[in-house]
Design a binder for this molecule. Structure first.
Ligand SMILES: [Mg+2]
Length: 233
């Protein structure tokens, strides 16, 4: 019987991707729009891939309709280039992640899923390279909505259709490395667990009042205890 639905962010939480990701997006946008906009300097943390494309091209002077007109083409170009170029050496699995996923997936009372701003195809590819894709039977992705705060509801619905269980807010845990992930949990009244392995420090993350906060996932047992802790709101 499932007790918890645990939804993981990808970048900065499970793994880090080298500089190639930014280059891939820049090249895909150059190919489709003739400009990479502000890709080189833009802050990607915690944002949806779709929103990033709009933001960097808007900064490059393109109008919303112009961006929308070729959006599907740009998305396809980015995914194709990412799959073509990404090598296992471009991905760094973060400390304790494999042990944590092993421990969580061996429990019959926990359902694992993804809640990420990645497009599904490129996000799944990032997970396949270090061999952790199989831990996640389902997820909610940038393909599903424009607003990240919509994703918890979508993940919740998918979890229900897979298990037949309607998880209550207090049974849902959202794990990520940015304030966006914490806010996402609040949108569903779920528990958030923040981890400082991305671009934000413990101090910065604590300002957004996550349910629990870790430097990294080295201590598997402590993370699992926090996952199983009842949500106090
Ligand atoms: Mg992240």
């Amino acid at each position: 019987m499932y007790r918890k639905l645990v939804l993981f962010d990808i970048d900065g939480t499970l793994l880090k991707v080298g500089a190639m990701n930014r280059r891939v997006l820049a090249d895909a946008l150059l190919e489709v729009y003739g400009t990479e906009g502000s890709t080189d300097t833009h802050d990607f943390s915690g944002k949806m891939d779709s929103a990033i494309i709009y933001e960097v091209l808007t900064n490059g002077g393109l109008g919303k309709e112009e961006i929308a007109g070729k959006f599907d083409q740009a998305k396809a170009a980015y995914i194709a280039l990412f799959r073509e170029r990404a090598q296992p050496s471009d991905i760094t699995l973060l400390e304790g992640v494999r042990e944590l996923l092993d421990a969580l997936s061996s429990r019959s009372d926990i359902l694992l899923g993804l809640l990420t701003g990645n497009f599904e195809a490129s996000g799944r590819h990032k997970l396949k390279l270090p061999g952790i894709d199989h831990y996640f039977p389902f997820g909610a992705f940038a393909d599903d909505a424009l607003d990240r705060n919509e994703l918890p509801r979508i993940a919740h619905e998918r979890a229900r259709s897979i298990t037949g269980k309607n998880f209550s807010s207090s049974e849902i845990v959202i794990i990520g490395d940015t304030e966006h992930d914490i806010r996402c949990a609040k949108a569903l009244d779920a528990r958030s667990i923040a981890v400082a392995t991305g671009n934000f420090s413990m101090q910065e993350l604590s300002r957004h009042q996550p349910g629990a906060l870790f430097q990294n996932f080295a201590k598997t047992g402590e993370v699992i205890t926090e996952i199983l802790t009842p949500q106090l709101s």
